[in-house]
Design a protein around this ligand. Structure first.
Ligand SMILES: Cc1cc2nc3c(=O)[nH]c(=O)nc-3n(C[C@H](O)[C@H](O)[C@H](O)COP(=O)(O)OP(=O)(O)OC[C@H]3O[C@@H](n4cnc5c(N)ncnc54)[C@H](O)[C@@H]3O)c2cc1C
Length: 312
């Protein structure tokens, strides 16, 4: 970043892209242009998870653990306290405390505000360029990166970061592929038209029983949906409710333990069995090191984790 003309293109302005842009604007001292490119204007700064406007769509992590700044773990909670009037929405949120699960939309506002402030207070020579467009192709050469945008425009940068987020789920395997084009099937649960279409039916089947299913059920119930909602889970799993308990003092020392999914699972289970700790808090205690742990796994082990453990 010693080049005064340096530039970086971040593709995707969800939580990851937005926070990367904000941290660069705050911490870099040399001249830098940050292009933050997002295809969906409604999601700019928020991404898929935090652009919902429904107050009943809550964060699945308590306010005290959602800070955007590792060096200031209470940052989001303090922001929430300052915005208390806007965030209280009974029966979903009745008090702003570190253990509260706040509306996801509030986290979207928080992220947008962080980006705004980082832009305003950035050092001289730092520039944030907001681009609403879709990146459809990328070419790398010795001089840098050329991004081809859906509008026909091109963007040149020294570096590129893909912060593309979660892709829509894959289609279930069925014998007759005409199913995928049926009016009765929606493969992407985040499309507003999918939700509108189901509202007028007498019954629906949700494939998958994770948190997106919970969002759907809450939305349908709030809209007065009287039909039957069937939920299908491959393993018969259901989201587990949170519980309040003292935080756990648990970590996995990846230097001492061979990085295999089996080893780590045994360590986690042994800790939970041998202590009074609720399993939720052992999992929470791992949060600060999940990135580091993930990177120490080989690709084979990462695949193993996704195949066997992810749903749990
Ligand atoms: C419904 C839901 C609820 C969640 N709740 C929580 C929670 O409570 N707490 C928590 O910690 N995590 C939660 N998560 C996990 C969440 O996904 C991550 O915390 C985080 O928001 C992911 O951010 P991201 O920037 O990586 O991805 P995304 O939010 O998916 O953002 C990626 C962005 O990239 C854009 N993009 C993709 N391709 C292109 C392209 N070619 N050109 C331009 N733009 C492009 C997309 O439009 C999108 O806006 C939730 C996830 C979902 C789906």
């Amino acid at each position: 970043m010693t080049n005064p003309q340096a530039s970086i293109a971040i593709v995707g302005a969800g939580c990851s892209g937005t926070l990367l842009a904000a941290h660069l604007l705050k911490k870099t001292t040399n001249a830098l242009t940050v292009y933050l490119v997002e295809r969906n204007p409604q999601q700019y700064g928020k991404g898929v998870a935090y652009s919902t406007s429904a107050s009943c769509h809550l964060l699945n992590v308590p306010a005290g653990n959602m800070s955007a700044f590792p060096e200031d773990p209470g940052h989001f909670f303090k922001w929430a306290q300052q915005n208390e009037k806007k965030l209280l929405c009974p029966p979903w949120v009745t008090e702003i405390v570190p253990s509260a699960f706040l509306p996801r939309r509030s986290y979207g506002e928080y992220l947008c505000q962080i980006l705004e402030e980082a832009d305003k207070t950035a050092a001289a020579g730092m520039r944030l360029q907001r681009v609403i467009d879709e990146v459809v192709d990328v070419r790398l050469d010795s001089k840098g990166v050329e991004l081809q945008l859906a509008s026909g425009a091109k963007l040149l940068a020294d570096r590129i970061v893909l912060a593309l987020g979660n892709f829509p789920p894959g289609n279930p395997k069925v014998a007759d592929p005409r199913f995928y084009n049926s009016m009765r099937y929606y493969g992407n649960p985040w499309l507003p038209e999918a939700y509108e279409a189901v509202l007028n039916t007498e019954s629906c089947l949700l494939i998958g029983s994770g948190l997106t299913m919970a969002d759907w059920c809450i939305n349908l119930k709030r809209a007065g949906y009287a039909g039957a909602i069937h939920v299908l889970s491959r393993r018969g799993l259901w989201p587990k409710a949170h519980k309040l308990a003292p935080p756990a003092d648990f970590s996995i020392d990846s230097d001492l333990l061979r990085p295999t999914v089996r080893n780590w699972l045994h360590t986690l289970r042994a800790y939970i069995r041998g202590s009074d700790c609720n399993w939720r808090y052992a999992m929470d205690a791992l949060r600060p090191s999940t990135q580091r742990l993930w990177k120490t796994l080989s690709v084979v082990e990462q695949r193993r984790f996704l195949r066997h453990l992810r749903p749990y």
